[in-house]
Design a protein around this ligand. Structure first.
Ligand SMILES: Nc1ncnc2c1ncn2[C@@H]1O[C@H](COP(=O)(O)OP(=O)(O)OP(=O)(O)O)[C@@H](O)[C@H]1O
Length: 236
């Protein structure tokens, strides 16, 4: 299921004038594809993620998530769509300090009233075998970010939105996290939209687009979708 953004326009009131944060933005992210949006501070990247994740309504344009047009839904239905179809990885891991890695994920299950047992599998998938019972302060920054990613995948989302995943990491850890995101995207056929200002970390993206003053333009061809699982850090 894909993410389709069409002719998005978003403005903010800025004193007496209007600031155009998204200016006629169109972008489709297909299942299994990781698209990176790079751009300087203030170019509109966070606004794009907020609109794509149905957290903000655009002034005009369409957001279609897995075939459902969010622009046509009321607030309650949009929240349900987001919970069921969208995983969001925020810049800071925002983990609960008293919970182990496993419990951070199990909480998501309990909130949904389920007991899927998926948490342990996902922690394995992100290379955290043997670290399930550690609390956030006993994990490295990269490991915390992996827990964060695993947590966002608990609902089997169609769309994964990722905000600056490498900003708190050194280059090597950042590269590992980006590779992991590319692999999970391919394996789980999720449509991943990632925003970053860090152009050094976009090598694993399948496609890169550039944002400048609220406008998007194609930047350069990236790698082919579908990175083999064997290259996953700590993986088989
Ligand atoms: N709630 C708001 N009200 C008014 N203006 C806003 C609001 N949020 C963002 N802006 C403005 O909209 C523009 C785009 O902001 P946005 O946060 O989307 O950019 P960004 O590329 O994510 O920046 P950064 O990399 O610094 O997070 C900026 O000029 C910002 O000042």
């Amino acid at each position: 299921m894909s993410l389709e953004l069409t002719d998005l326009r978003l403005t903010y009131a800025d004193g007496d004038s209007t600031l155009v944060a998204l200016d006629d933005v169109s972008l489709t992210v297909r299942p299994g594809e990781l698209v990176a949006v790079v751009g300087p501070s203030g170019s509109g990247k966070s606004s794009l993620l907020a609109v794509a994740g149905t957290l903000l309504r655009p002034g005009s344009g369409r957001v279609v998530i897995g075939g459902t047009d969010a622009s046509r839904l009321g607030d309650r239905e949009r929240t349900a769509l987001r919970r069921q179809r969208v995983g969001i990885v925020f810049q800071q891991a925002n983990l609960i300090s008293s919970l182990t890695a496993l419990e951070q994920l199990q909480v998501m299950d309990h909130m949904r009233g389920g007991r899927s047992g998926k948490a342990a599998d996902l922690l394995r998938a992100v290379g955290l075998d043997g670290r399930e019972n550690r609390r956030p302060h006993q994990l490295s920054g990269g490991e915390r970010q992996r827990v964060n990613i695993a947590r966002a995948l608990m609902s089997d989302p169609a769309v994964l939105l990722v905000d600056e995943p490498t900003s708190a990491l050194d280059h090597a850890r950042g590269t590992e996290v980006m590779r992991l995101l590319a692999e999970l995207t391919g394996e789980r056929a999720v449509a991943t939209l990632l925003v970053t200002h860090d152009v050094a970390q976009i090598g694993h993206a399948h496609r890169v687009t550039e944002m400048d003053d609220g406008r998007l333009s194609e930047r350069q061809p990236g790698l082919t979708p579908g990175v083999p699982a064997s290259s996953r850090p700590g993986g088989r």
